[in-house]
Design a protein around this ligand. Structure first.
Ligand SMILES: [Zn+2]
Ligand SMILES: [Zn+2]
Length: 408
């Protein structure tokens, strides 16, 4: 089978990191890069509790780009095993079923919760986090009967969605109803990240929310707030003009486009009913702001904007994948007693007394017509054209890019 693998070794890492400063394309064009398209043996079911899934679409996530552009902090490296096939966003069809798997058949259209927590790892005594259904916080991400890996797509034993097929434990697999399209299916995972962030940190009634960033995750946060029927004003700060329409389409009340000048500060302050004050020097100081800010970029500017646009006592939720960042102004955090909360992946949610996987809630919302994310898929590429796919995914404004998917 074909697979796009990430294989780390020190010389390759150092070389690509050095030349990558010249152009991103070095990360996938040189022979010494950590990324390659390989012919590998089919993934084997680790045991009878697993299934094999043939991939229809595999999404390119911001975290995959961070990995390829070598932006990840070494702190996440104990939770991967090399070489691995990239890709944790997937929709596909079951092609093999282990003997101890019940309720799934060959031919079922499915999506996958990629988190490799206690149950998938064959750990009998589940950790405290898993017992509570907080699978993304599992304490055993590097234990059990499979190699380390936070997710399918970071573990050498499972494969990933940037390959012809991969394997998943039956507990991770969810059936996709006929009336949910494959294009929505491949977005169940990113949409679940947004649902998780919103449900863990719900905007209070009649509050004002700011979403910083309108890539797929930012738009999914807006869509999640609306699909869940939460009563709040949603303001979105976007970078690219093409993102404005999408933010509006998915339910933003006001959309502000970033500007090189301070004009956007004034516009955002007005939208949030905040004041701008003049400091002794530098850009205006924002006084007041949103009750809750969802930071969906993970860069210096977006984090600084999130911190300055949160009102006293408010909360900033970090969905963007920040690692090492210099130049963050923390003043407002203590001055305004802000809460900062991280958000990673998903687990389970309680809906009307029933505990279900966040991904199942995403599917239910899609099936009931409360959300249709298919228009976020702007590009599709065969696996062989992965370099073109990565060029497209990393130059958003050029192709008005939102979600790029591979078709292995
Ligand atoms: Zn992702
Ligand atoms: Zn666990």
């Amino acid at each position: 089978m074909k697979s796009i693998q990430f294989d780390y070794n020190v010389p390759r890492y150092v070389f690509t990191k050095a030349v990558g400063r010249i152009s991103n394309s070095f990360y996938w064009h040189t022979r010494l890069s950590c990324l390659r398209l390989r012919e590998i043996e089919d993934m084997k079911l680790p045991n009878d509790e697993w299934v094999k899934i043939k991939v229809k679409y595999g999404g390119i996530c911001g975290s995959d780009l961070n990995l390829i552009l070598l932006n990840d902090s070494p702190k996440s490296s104990p939770f991967v095993s090399f070489p691995f096939t990239i890709g944790h966003e997937a929709v596909g069809e079951i092609v093999e079923v282990g003997k101890m798997v019940f309720g799934f058949e060959v031919g079922d259209r499915v999506v996958v919760d990629p988190v490799l927590s206690c149950q998938a790892r064959g750990i009998k005594e589940q950790c405290t986090a898993c017992k509570k259904g907080h699978y993304s916080l599992c304490e055993n991400k590097h234990e059990g009967n499979i190699s380390p890996g936070l997710l399918i797509g970071t573990c050498r034993d499972t494969g990933g969605s940037w390959g012809t097929s991969f394997v998943a434990h039956h507990s991770q697999v969810l059936k996709l109803p006929n009336d949910v399209s494959d294009l929505n299916g491949v977005l169940v995972e990113p949409f679940s990240c947004a649902l998780h962030a919103v449900l863990q940190n719900p905007p209070p009634k009649n509050s004002t929310v700011l979403v910083v960033g309108a890539g797929v995750i930012g738009i999914c946060v807006v869509a999640a707030i609306r699909a869940l029927g939460l009563d709040c004003k949603v303001v979105v700060l976007v970078k690219h003009p093409f993102q404005q329409q999408l933010a509006e389409k998915y339910g933003a009340d006001e959309v502000i486009t970033l500007s090189r000048t301070n004009a956007y500060l004034q516009q955002t302050a007005t939208a949030l009913n905040a004041k701008t004050l003049n400091p002794v020097f530098g850009s205006p100081v924002i006084h007041g702001g949103a009750d809750i800010v969802y930071e969906c970029v993970g860069r210096k500017k977006s984090i600084n904007d999130s911190l300055q646009f949160t009102k006293s006592g408010g909360k900033v939720v970090l969905l963007g994948l920040a690692s090492f960042i210099d130049g963050i102004d923390w003043t407002t955090v203590w001055l305004n007693e802000l809460s900062i909360k991280g958000s990673f992946a998903y687990g389970t949610v309680n809906q009307e007394g029933e505990q279900l996987r966040t991904l199942q809630l995403a599917i239910n919302l899609m099936q009931s017509g409360k959300v249709d994310l298919s228009s976020l898929i702007t590009h599709r590429f065969p696996l062989e054209d992965y370099r073109k796919a990565l060029e497209t995914a990393t130059s958003k404004s050029k192709g008005s890019t939102m979600k790029v998917v591979l078709e292995p």
